[in-house]
Structure formats: structure tokens, C-alpha cells
Design a binder for this molecule. Structure first.
Ligand SMILES: [Zn+2]
Length: 387
């Protein structure tokens, strides 16, 4: 698909003048995806049982509080009332939405919770609660939007994370689509066969497999070869980079073709605009961005995460920021730096936290913070009752 591009124009050389070999977003847009983000979502009945297709609503009342006046609506199908921002993290919030966005922006730029709280004059508990709310929304947003990626080259790696300095290490599985720099999947847990299967299966489900063989580069982790062969099968060419370390420096890197014939590898390499040799440099660069952007993952930090769920949530939040908000410095086209999601054709513009948080995700009933807290309380009561 892209083989002609590489021969005539190097996207790196001409990218700065807007003559890059890569497609512009409008050329690359995926017709099956809803790429435009709604400016402000129309009010919609949040009840899961309500037949939404036929639902209409009427204005019901004005809810007045000290800070603002909010319109409430009544669903004509189920006769219940609701606020326009139900299903977003802004629902029932007493502070301005702008402050919420600021907190999340600072938290995904490597600041600690306490630091964010001090800078904006909030309590650390509020910041923690908002991050949790935003994480749940970001996870649903990623789930919905990172779909049907057309991969050229995928790289996968595991990042060592510590919940506290004394605990046993966990691993964050990460994967990047090199051509668009899209961070496709993430998973936190032990380095087990099960987690490796879940990681690669998720990666596979987010990709379209109609095109030619995808080049997958990984490290020499023992489960990778078997799991990739089982999950991707004949739709990929798998290569491994086996590094030898001495005093925590790489002294030698062996490169090995694990799955696929040599001619298929040459073909896949030809299609990759970015890699000249077998490497995992792009996913390792992503891992560095992740480490620098989350306070709990920095080295020798005392800002550790308490739970695996909280860490997974923060990673989802960062993934949202990395894919949809942060312009990528190696995706420069003229004066514009695109985001990875733009490059992958998932959205048509650079998003903001406001656009992400006001996106309609009402089809996921688990999004309401209160209902999740309630469900957790019920679960804990159940567990303690059973114990
Ligand atoms: Zn209704």
C-alpha cells in the first residue's frame, strides 16, 4: 500500500516543508469511524433500560446552585429527569470544568497529586478522586476510539513498574504502531502467559487484518513467540531483538526472524517507512515518555501508586493524552504537529481534554463514578461477609 511512497519521497526529509510522503489525515480517514467530535453533546436519556432510539426529551427545570444554574431535562419515554452532562466526568461537580481539565493536564505531565493540589489550591483527596473519574472516562474513550487501526509495523515491550519500593515488580505491557506512533494497547500485571495472551489479543483485535503482513518487533521474552504465532498467525512477520547487557549497558543485540519467511520479512521491511533495521527503539521511546509523564513511574520516586487499578487507570489517562491530545514531534507536517490518532485516521483534529470529557459515552453504564463506588462497596461487603 505504501511501498511506492518510500521510493520517491522520504517523509522525514520533506515533512518540514509539507511535502511528506505520508497521507494527509483527510486522505487517510477511516470511513467507518465517526471522526468528528461533537462540540457539545445533545442531552440524552442516561437510563440503560430506556429505548433511546425513540426517546425525545423536554426541558424540565433549572437546577440552581451557588456557582451556576444548570438545565435539567425530562425523558418523554421513561419520564425521568436528567442533567445534560450526565455520563461525563463533569456530572455533579461543584468546581468549574476548566479546573478539572487543568488537574488532569498537570497529572499527565509528570506532577504528583500533592504537587497538583498545592499548585491549584485543592485538597489531595479531590485531586485523587478527579483523576480516578477521568481515568474511567479515558479508558472508555480509548476503548471506543482506538479501533480498526491499519498497522504497518507494531512494536511491543514490557515496562517494569513498582507499586512501592519494597514490593515485587509488576509490568506494564505497551505496544506502538510505528507508522502513526499510536499507542495501541496497555495492560498492567505480572509477566505471565495469561497476561501476554491478553495483551497480544487486544492488540490484534484493534487492528484490521485485511492488508499485507504486519511486521511485529519484540524483545526476547519467553512467551512472545508462541503467543504471537497463535494470535496473529500468518498475518504477521515476527522479529526479536535479543539484547545482552553488561553493567546495565547494552553490549550486543542479536536480531532474529521468528515467524515468516525471509522474503516476507524483506517485503514487510520495505513497507515500513521508519525502520531501516530490526529494532524496538520506538516502543522504548514510548516507555520513556510514559516514565517521564507519570509521577509514580519515575525512577527513585516516593510518589508510588497504591493499587494496580489506580496505576492501570493512570496509564489509560496518559494513553488518551498521548494519542489524542499531545502533538507528536516526529509527526510534523508543515507547521502542524499531528497527534498519533490524527495520523492513524482515528480523528480528524487534535483533541482537548474538554472534547474528550464531553464525548457521549453513555452506552457504558459503568461510567458513573457514584455507581462504581457503590458497586465496589457492595463487592467489599460481599467479600467481607464471605470471609
Ligand atoms: Zn428515558
Amino acid at each position: 500500500m505504501l511501498s511506492h511512497v518510500r521510493k520517491f519521497a522520504c517523509p522525514r526529509a520533506f515533512g518540514a516543508f509539507g511535502l511528506g510522503g505520508r497521507k494527509t489525515p483527510s486522505e487517510h480517514l477511516n470511513p467507518n469511524l465517526e471522526t468528528a467530535m461533537p462540540r457539545r453533546p445533545l442531552p440524552r436519556c442516561p437510563r440503560p433500560n430506556c429505548s433511546r432510539k425513540t426517546t425525545t426529551y423536554t426541558k424540565h427545570s433549572l437546577l440552581k446552585s451557588r456557582r451556576r444554574t444548570q438545565r435539567r431535562y425530562r425523558c418523554t419515554a421513561c419520564n425521568k429527569t436528567f442533567a445534560a452532562n450526565v455520563g461525563t466526568p463533569y456530572h455533579r461537580m461543584r468546581h468549574p470544568a476548566k479546573l478539572f481539565d487543568q488537574v488532569i493536564a498537570l497529572a499527565t505531565e509528570g506532577n504528583t497529586r500533592a504537587g497538583v493540589a498545592r499548585a491549584l489550591g485543592l485538597s489531595p483527596g479531590t485531586v485523587a478522586r478527579w483523576i480516578e473519574k477521568a481515568s474511567a472516562h479515558a479508558q472508555a474513550f480509548n476503548e471506543l476510539k482506538v479501533q480498526k487501526v491499519e498497522p504497518v509495523e507494531l512494536q511491543s515491550d514490557e515496562l517494569k513498574v513498582l507499586l512501592s519500593q519494597k514490593s515485587r515488580p509488576l509490568w506494564a505491557y505497551t505496544a506502538i504502531e510505528v507508522w502513526s506512533r499510536l499507542w495501541t494497547t496497555t495492560l498492567v500485571g505480572k509477566r505471565t502467559l495469561r497476561n501476554t495472551v491478553l495483551h497480544f489479543r487486544d492488540m490484534n483485535e484493534r487492528c484490521r487484518k485485511s492488508g499485507p503482513r504486519v511486521l511485529i518487533s519484540t524483545d526476547a521474552f519467553k512467551y512472545n513467540a508462541g503467543v504471537i504465532a497463535r494470535t496473529f498467525g500468518p498475518s504477521c512477520v515476527h522479529v526479536q531483538v535479543i539484547k545482552r547487557f553488561r553493567k546495565s549497558r547494552v553490549v550486543h543485540a542479536d536480531k532474529r526472524l521468528v515467524l515468516g519467511a525471509p522474503w516476507q520479512f524483506d517485503d514487510a521491511m520495505e513497507r515500513s517507512e521508519d525502520s531501516k533495521t530490526i529494532n524496538t527503539a520506538y516502543v522504548e521511546r514510548l516507555n520513556l515518555t510514559i516514565r517521564r509523564s507519570l509521577a509514580s513511574l519515575q525512577r527513585k520516586t516516593n510518589a508510588t501508586c497504591r493499587s494496580i487499578e489506580s496505576l492501570a487507570g493512570q496509564l489509560e489517562l496518559l494513553r488518551c493524552s498521548y494519542n489524542f491530545i499531545r502533538p507528536h514531534s516526529s509527526l510534523k507536517f508543515g507547521r502542524v504537529n499531528r497527534t498519533p490518532a490524527q495520523q492513524a485516521g482515528l480523528v480528524s483534529e487534535r483533541l482537548t481534554w474538554r472534547k474528550i470529557f464531553t464525548a457521549r459515552l453513555l452506552d457504558r453504564p459503568d461510567l458513573s463514578f457514584r455507581s462504581r463506588m457503590r458497586a465496589r462497596a457492595v463487592g467489599q461487603a460481599h467479600l467481607s461477609g464471605a470471609g
